[in-house]
Write a protein that binds this ligand. Structure first.
Ligand SMILES: Nc1nc2c(c(=O)[nH]1)N[C@H]1C(S)=C(S)[C@@H](COP(=O)(O)O)O[C@H]1N2
Ligand SMILES: [Mo]
Length: 337
């Protein structure tokens, strides 16, 4: 197999690379028999002629930088990607407001460097990651995953990150640890939704989430630090967020500052807010409807206008059943929603 130097792919494209080019490049590489997921994906910074083509007036500053990744066997390269532009502009991040366009607008100047993530609780080796550790301590992989929001829309996202299990192994959970609790940054000065309940959708912040330890250790469970070849934009949960692809999107907590190993099941934000609508498990399940809408199908956000997006059937565990169904053997998934 030819060794391809990363800089072959991170050079020269002085303009941002649209999804079509990104995908065409992957296809060509695949046809050449080159491991596509191993390619550092060049999508250099800056507003571009692409924006000019789409008729946008004010070019946006893009400070995202290219990240290098190694190959991953957990990526699904047959999925058709949601365009980068939509992943960056259609968000849920209530700390910045409840409209889908609020996070991209209001998180523009969100400070993610310096940053600290504390890993503590029932561990033999508590540790702290700083901004550089987040990107350098673990080898980064590209993972193309489905993302299914509980609101019945979905995207396919090329994340970059490392398995949460790799971090937890370094912290070395002790035998009493049964759950992992996560916490988003609390900083009302930077996050208008934390300073104002109306903007923040009535949530008590900080946003908190949790997983059972075996879910957290599952190889599909990712700490994402980037997408589309570059580090995360603030609206997607920079500098580091969780991605649990078989669960509804709200489990995938953004802008994490604390990861704690606990004995008992930790409280989780949406479950606190509406326990009859959002459970602790929140596994994607087309057979268990939300009390106010069906979960049998979803609006896939792909190319074209948001309104023309097509509906597709929702898959059990969001398509990851063969990987994760055994975690829930013997459990009543209707009760444990
Ligand atoms: N801290 C925090 N994390 C969060 C949310 C949030 O409001 N605050 N929204 C969740 C929901 S409902 C979804 S669908 C995903 C959306 O991630 P994306 O905007 O990167 O697509 O983030 C999740 N993580
Ligand atoms: Mo969501």
């Amino acid at each position: 197999m030819p060794i391809i130097r990363s800089n072959r792919w991170s050079l020269k494209e002085s303009e941002a690379t649209p999804e079509s080019v990104y995908k065409a490049r992957r296809d060509i590489l695949k046809k050449l028999g080159i491991a596509v997921v191993g390619m550092p994906l060049a999508t250099p910074a800056s507003a571009s002629i692409f924006d000019a083509f789409t008729g946008k007036k004010e070019p946006e500053v893009d400070n995202r930088r290219t990240l290098q990744t190694r190959s991953s066997s957990y990526s699904n390269s047959s999925l058709s990607l949601t365009p980068e532009d939509k992943i960056l502009k259609y968000n849920n991040f209530y700390e910045f407001g409840t409209d889908k366009s609020d996070p991209a607008e209001r998180a523009k100047h969100f400070q993610t460097d310096p940053w600290k993530v504390n890993v503590d609780g029932l561990v033999r080796n508590p540790l702290t990651l700083d901004y550089d550790d987040i990107f350098k301590r673990f080898p980064l992989e590209e993972r193309i995953y489905r993302l299914r929001c509980v609101e019945a829309w979905s995207m396919n996202v090329p994340w970059i990150g490392f398995p949460l299990a790799a971090l937890l192994r370094q912290a070395s959970p002790n035998s009493d640890a049964k759950y992992v609790a996560f916490e988003t940054l609390y900083d009302p000065k930077q996050m208008p939704g934390q300073a104002n309940r109306r903007i923040g959708g009535g949530i008590d912040y900080p946003y908190v989430e949790g997983l059972r330890l075996d879910e957290a250790m599952h190889p599909l469970t990712l700490l994402a630090v980037g997408l589309y070849g570059k580090n995360l934009a603030p609206q997607n949960g920079a500098p580091i967020r969780l991605v649990v692809p078989w669960k509804y999107g709200f489990k995938s907590i953004k802008s994490i500052v604390k990861i704690s190993l606990t004995r008992s099941q930790p409280p989780t934000t949406w479950n606190i807010l509406a326990p009859n609508e959002y459970g602790f498990y929140a596994n994607v399940n087309p057979k268990v409807d939300h009390p106010r809408w069906s979960q049998a199908s979803e609006r896939f956000i792909g190319e074209g206008s948001l309104f023309s997006s097509r509906r597709q059937p929702t898959k059990m565990f969001n398509g990851y059943a063969s990987d994760v169904a055994q975690l829930y053997k013997g459990m009543d998934l209707t009760r444990n929603y």
